[in-house]
Design a protein around this ligand. Structure first.
Ligand code: 8X3
Length: 254
């Protein structure tokens, strides 16, 4: 991974932050995107100091297609040749029933988890095709495999991530590019706090009695896919805590 350019969306926390640390520790130079500029600055300083890699910040909201295009076009020449795109930015808000939830919150999920992933792909992949190398890693979810109570719209967005990953793999089949869909189960990050609309107590209660995965655990798997020999395409990985079996079945100690 030494000297490769890895672009991570949603890099300021959770799985994105875990990926930033892991890829930096392996010598990659990073393009880090998120809305939280202060957090990005902090991470840049930490990774550059600790690992001696270079970090360039792309502080925009992935939903803002115009800003994203401007920022990517304005990249200095030495940053343009992106080797790995990690489409990680994503969220879930609320646990409402499909006939009761908030349409504006659903729009935010759909715009971030689907439309922004698609626009990043559309902006970055043509350059990869031109250069004849590249890897797109989408962070999907176990939620994309089957709907669960209170997750209807989120599950639909992650089902879309699966379809978009599969479709892109088909469209790139005659190229050296690879496409991976990483599908985590229970991961304890700020993600769950957002799901419960800021209620940290509810998020903590959800993980009581089970050891969830961490952002760093997922980052290890993302790195495994990215560092596989070039003739191997890890198409999909479904990973979850040992005491989880499906999106709805897990064992929690009393
Ligand atoms: C989030 C994982 O288990 O909450 O993508 O659906 S889960």
């Amino acid at each position: 991974m030494k000297g490769k350019i890895v672009f991570i969306t949603g890099a300021s926390s959770g799985i994105g932050e875990g990926c930033a640390r892991k890829f930096a520790s392996e010598g990659a130079n990073l393009l880090l995107n998120a809305r939280n500029v202060a957090k990005l600055e902090e991470l840049k300083k930490e990774l550059e100091t600790q690992y001696g890699v270079r970090v360039h910040l792309l502080p925009f909201d992935v939903r803002d297609r115009k800003l994203a295009a401007q920022a990517l076009e304005a990249l200095p020449a030495e940053w343009k040749n992106i080797d790995v795109l990690i489409n990680n930015a994503g969220l879930v808000i609320g646990v409402d029933k499909e006939f009761e939830g908030n349409l504006d919150e659903w729009d935010i999920m759909i715009d971030t988890n689907i439309r922004a992933l698609l626009s990043m792909t559309r902006m970055v992949v043509p350059g990869m095709v031109e250069r004849g190398r590249g890897h797109i890693i989408n962070i999907g979810s176990i939620a994309g495999d089957a709907a669960y109570p209170g997750g209807s719209v989120y599950c639909a967005t992650k089902a879309a991530v699966k379809a978009l990953s599969d479709g892109l793999r088909i469209d790139l089949v005659d190229t050296p590019l690879r496409v991976t869909n990483i599908k985590p189960g229970m991961v304890e990050t700020n993600f769950s706090v957002v799901r419960y609309r800021g209620d940290k107590g509810a998020a903590d209660a959800f993980y009581k009695g089970i050891r969830p995965l961490t952002g760093d655990d997922i980052a290890e798997t993302v790195y495994y896919a990215a560092s596989a020999p070039e003739h191997i395409q890890i198409a999909e990985v479904l990973l979850m805590p040992t005491n989880q079996a499906t999106g709805t079945i897990s064992y929690k100690k009393k």
